[in-house]
Design a protein around this ligand. Structure first.
Ligand code: ADP
Length: 712
């Protein structure tokens, strides 16, 4: 079945087999049944109408509400040697006329148009005169008034289309259809229930993570450190957050772009192009960015703050990993996000009923941030998509999450809040705990409190982070208001009385996927792709996806036949780019004669690279990071454990025979002094020694001296 179409799949697109739902959709279209395909982003919807379009005679007309996507799709088809064009308002009228003439004379296999085009009777007249292969509605949910992105101009063309008698079949495609939307599309386009192909929403290559109680900017910096060179989008809730994060990351030498509605059109366009062309790998943006962004090699999407509902979250996060490679979707949650979203709903011009609806959706989003069950399942349940198994990839499924007991620290924080009269906010409390010399502290005479400086070994940021965590866990309450003050609640009292312990989740930064191919070859191929793409002024991923470059690096083909076996390399692509890529592979191979390619078993997809499992003992991980030059504070941050735990890890590693640079803990004089003091004691325990020494020597220093001299 579909032999001809399978050949097209192989020769044009370079793929061996269809993805779920593709074959069925294509078969229905070819039988001239109006068809609706509901597939997740990255599921391969384009091929569902492109293959019948190639297989049938005549021109396929694709209606797309996204101007930016049209050019991308046309570039991609042209790079496969397929005649295609688009018409929208961005073109001069002379160019439009030229292309219209081209359509009239059957020069194109694919024509992408915006819905508005059907307002032109001239255009409609041309369509009536030509041989049409099919008409496809991309982003078909926009046609429905129940869709979250309803466009009236889209719906109104249905009547116009009814006046064109020579349209043989309609295909509708979407990633975001609820039951109502599906029914609405079916009704409008006369689609029978058996011609609705719905593969569900699951994105198996995405790992979802919720991170709470962390300083967001520091977390993002650490994440970028762990994922250098990878392309990612960071969504913020407001323009102000975009600007601030952009400043902060740029100051740290990280090359980033930014995009929000407050920038000029030119600035936005420049940033978007630089991102699409891999000139900048990271984009910080509000939700104004992304509609129509088809960049397939986005490896992560971080939400700097909680978005307003699961629909937007899944759509934005879903921009990661369109190429099917493993990708991360991270949401940095803080309780203040809830207040911001409520404020945005309150400020909006919606009527009361619509507001209630938004509050309901917001509550589901909040629940997502707090659930302890599988995040993937939670989302699929929300969309009423049957999900039976937990994903095993999300931060809740990964049992690698460790817990650290921070009861003692929590008690210090809570008692400080109490002593401050429950009249101050997070930052003042952090300052008091730190023992800050800030003038404001003196103004309120807070330096005389017994809790002043009791947590001086932490930075104010770390303290603020701990306080935020206690708020997130409802162990501390906040009074609403412009400057929310901290209040104790009954949970705080339980902690203070020692009736309840406090554990902080450890959410390690998701590691980059383990490469099962030589990374330097991948980098060389990527750089060649970038050069070629720049010459042709198209985004690099249009030439070959990251997935294809990884396959090339895994199997390093040396002949045309071998290269045609690679996923994403068809005859047409090979004719255009094959030889140059082969040359780079051959050159690399000559330099690495000992490296053997993986054996490719035909028709078996390459195994998905697994996330690195860190099964080393915890103290070894800390020690390794320390030896790599990370400070104790950095390690504590990266691993989300206390600095004290890191110190204990290092001491343990030393006891196992690994070297430690002791001078970071004490000088020779201090060591001698502590040892002398120890000699004087009859019962030289750590506690007694601390008592005997002046306050200048903290527990860590004393402990370090004792460990080094094997007294502990
Ligand atoms: P969607 O429009 O559903 O978001 P696309 O049509 O952009 O997805 O396809 C996503 C990616 O998957 C593209 O890089 C495409 O080339 C690739 N793809 C599509 N079909 C297949 C297939 N059968 N085998 C392998 N890759 C495919």
């Amino acid at each position: 079945m579909l032999q001809k179409e399978e050949t097209i799949l192989k020769t044009y697109f370079g793929y061996d087999s269809f993805r779920p739902g593709q074959q069925e959709t294509i078969a229905h279209i070819l039988q001239l049944n109006n068809t609706l395909a509901v597939m997740p982003t990255g599921g391969g919807k384009s091929l569902c109408y492109q293959i019948p379009g190639l297989s049938r005679s005549g021109t396929a007309i694709i209606i797309s509400p996204l101007i930016s996507l049209m050019k991308d799709q046309v570039d991609a088809l042209q790079s496969l040697g397929i005649p295609a064009t688009y018409i929208n308002s961005s073109l001069t009228s002379a160019t439009q006329q030229k292309r219209l003439n081209g359509i009239r004379t059957n020069q194109y296999k694919f024509v992408y148009v915006a819905p508005e085009r059907f307002e032109s009777s001239y255009f409609v007249q041309i369509l009536k005169e030509i041989d049409i292969a099919l008409v496809a509605f991309d982003e078909a949910h926009c046609i429905s008034q129940w869709g979250h992105d309803f466009r009236p101009s889209y719906r109104s063309i249905v009547d116009k289309l009814a006046t064109i008698p020579n349209i043989p079949v309609f295909a509708a495609l979407t990633a975001t259809a609820t039951k109502e939307v599906i029914q609405d599309i079916q009704r409008l386009l006369h689609i029978q229930p058996e011609s609705v192909i719905n593969t569900g929403f699951e994105r198996e290559n995405l790992s979802f993570h919720i991170i709470k109680g962390r300083d967001r900017t520091t977390y993002i910096r650490s994440f970028i450190d762990e994922h250098p060179e990878e392309s990612g989008i960071i969504y913020t809730a407001t323009r102000k957050q975009t600007d601030a994060l952009y400043e902060s990351l740029s100051k740290h030498g990280i090359k980033v772009g930014k995009y929000h509605a407050g920038l000029s059109e030119e600035e936005r366009k420049q940033a978007q192009t630089a991102f699409l062309h891999d000139e900048i790998t990271i984009m910080i943006a509000t939700n104004a960015f992304g509609m129509g962004i088809d960049k397939s090699n986005v490896r992560y999407v971080i939400h700097y703050a909680m978005p307003m509902n699961i629909e937007s979250y899944y759509q934005e996060a879903g921009r990661a990993g369109r190429d099917g490679e493993p990708s991360d979707c991270i949401l940095l949650f803080s309780p203040q996000d809830i207040r911001l979203q409520k404020f945005l709903i309150e400020q909006s011009l919606m009527d009361d009923q619509a507001k209630q609806n938004e509050y309901r959706k917001l509550q589901a989003m909040i629940n997502y941030c707090h659930t302890h069950s599988c995040l993937n399942t939670f989302i699929l349940d929300y969309f009423h998509d049957a999900s039976t198994e937990t994903c095993g990839r999300c931060s809740n499924c990964q049992k690698r999450q460790e817990k650290t007991d921070i009861t003692e620290e929590a008690q210090m924080i809570l008692s400080c809040v109490k002593r401050m009269g429950e009249r101050f906010g997070v930052s003042m409390t952090a300052k008091v705990l730190k023992g800050s010399k800030d003038k404001k502290i003196q103004n309120f005479n807070l330096q005389s409190l017994s809790t002043y400086g009791i947590m001086s070994r932490y930075t104010e940021k770390e303290l603020a982070e701990r306080i935020q965590f206690l708020i997130a866990e409802s162990i501390l309450a906040t009074e609403e208001g412009r400057y929310p003050t901290l209040k104790l609640n009954r949970h705080s009292v339980d902690v203070l009385k020692g009736k309840r312990s406090v554990e902080m989740f450890t959410a390690p930064i998701p590691m980059a996927s383990e490469a099962d191919y030589p990374e330097d070859l991948f980098i060389a191929l990527r750089s060649l792709r970038k050069t070629l793409a720049a010459e042709q002024n198209v985004p690099p991923y249009i030439l070959f996806s990251d997935a294809t470059l990884k396959e090339l690096s895994r199997y390093f083909p040396t002949t045309k036949e071998e290269m045609l076996q690679i996923k994403g390399v068809g005859e047409k692509k090979f004719d255009q780019y094959g030889e140059v890529f082969l040359a780079v592979i051959q050159e690399w191979q000559a330099d690495h004669p000992d490296v053997k390619p993986k054996i490719r078993i035909m028709d078996t997809p390459a195994p998905k690279p697994k996330k690195k499992e860190d099964d080393r003992p915890s103290h070894t991980v800390s020690y390794q990071l320390f030896q790599n030059g990370k400070s104790i504070k950095d390690i504590a941050f990266i691993r989300d454990i206390t600095t004290q735990t890191v110190e204990n890890h290092l001491f343990k590693a030393y006891k196992e025979g690994r070297p430690i640079a002791w001078n970071i803990f004490f000088t020779e004089e201090v060591e001698e002094l502590i040892l002398t003091e120890r000699e004087k004691l009859t019962e030289p325990t750590l506690k007694e020694l601390k008592k005997a020494l002046s306050d200048d020597y903290d527990y860590t220093t004393i402990k370090a001296v004792l460990v080094k001299n094997k007294y502990m």
